[in-house]
Structures are given as C-alpha cells and as structure tokens.
Design a protein around this ligand. Structure first.
Ligand code: FES
Length: 165
C-alpha cells in the first residue's frame, strides 16, 4: 500500500459528504465489521452524448481504509459511463493506494458494493459487503448515514462526542 497516498486520502478525503441532487445512491453494510458506506452519483451528458458520471461522493462509518478507497474511487469515477463504472472491481477502485493488506480487502469491496448498489439498486455478490438490509426506497432515504442509522433522531438534535484515542 502506498502510505503517502493513503495518508493524504485519510487526512483530506476527496468527495466526502452527501449529495443532495444525486441521481443515484447506494448503501452497503458489512455484517462482519459493522461498517457502512454510502455513495451518491450525479450524471451528465458529455460532448459525445454519453451519459457519464459527473461527480461521486460518499459517507462512511468505517475504518480508514474504506474512507481512503472511497476517496480515490470517487475521483476515478468521474467521466465514466454506468457500464464502465460497473466493470470496476474493488481492486481497480483501490488501485491508486496500491495493494491492500489481506485483512483490508473487504474495505475495498464495501466501496465497490456501494457503487454497485447505486448503479443497479442491488449489492455485490459478496458476503462481506451486503446491501444494508434496512435500506429504504431512494425517495425516502435519510439525508446522511447518521440519520439512516438512527431514523428516530432525524428531527432532534444529535450530539456527537468524539472519543479520545
Ligand atoms: Fe470493515 Fe474496513 S474494517 S470496512
């Protein structure tokens, strides 16, 4: 793994945050580690009339590797058609970081799963990155992952207390 690119992606992740005007959104959750990744996609028509991804963004309640992969993957997706994006494997999406350690391969699969969920409305054929079981229809999605995880708190104030590390 390229530590410099990894550290940069963690310290200043690209395309982090919800996209309010997205055309597609997909969420996956891992039953193994309990992490979640959501990805938003916005499309546009390019000069040759192809419908391509204009921008992609993500939110993650997960480990640093998932955040780093999502950061580089969302950069990579710009300008790709849905079919081109669909062909990208977790390994290809995380390629700018270099090979992931074996214990972190599923983190890349989480990002791939969120992308596929956004593109296809279903998850990957991977038992470590299954679509979130309680994923609501797109028109009722909570605005962010915190709301998704805690829908009963949407109308109230949420106090987030960072843990000392
Ligand atoms: Fe689960 Fe990285 S440890 S997404």
């Amino acid at each position: 793994m390229d530590q410099e690119i990894f550290n940069d992606a963690i310290e200043t992740p690209k395309n982090l945050g919800e996209m309010t005007d997205a055309d597609a959104v997909g969420t996956v959750g891992s039953p193994d580690c309990g992490d979640m990744v959501r990805m938003w996609l916005k499309f546009r028509e390019d000069d040759s009339g192809r419908r391509v991804i204009d921008k992609a963004s993500f939110q993650s309640f997960g480990c640093q590797t998932a955040i780093a992969v999502a950061s580089v993957a969302t950069e990579m997706l710009r300008g790709k058609t849905a079919d081109e994006a669909r062909e990208l494997s977790a390994t290809e999406l995380s390629a700018p970081l270099g090979p992931l350690p074996p214990m972190k391969i599923h983190c890349g699969q989480m990002v791939e799963g969120a992308l596929r969920a956004a593109l296809d409305g279903d998850g990957p054929a991977c038992d470590t990155a299954a679509p979130a079981a309680d994923q609501p229809p797109a028109d009722t999605l909570a605005p962010n992952l915190i709301d998704h995880l805690h829908p009963e708190k949407r109308s109230g104030n949420i106090r987030i207390v960072p843990l000392d590390s």
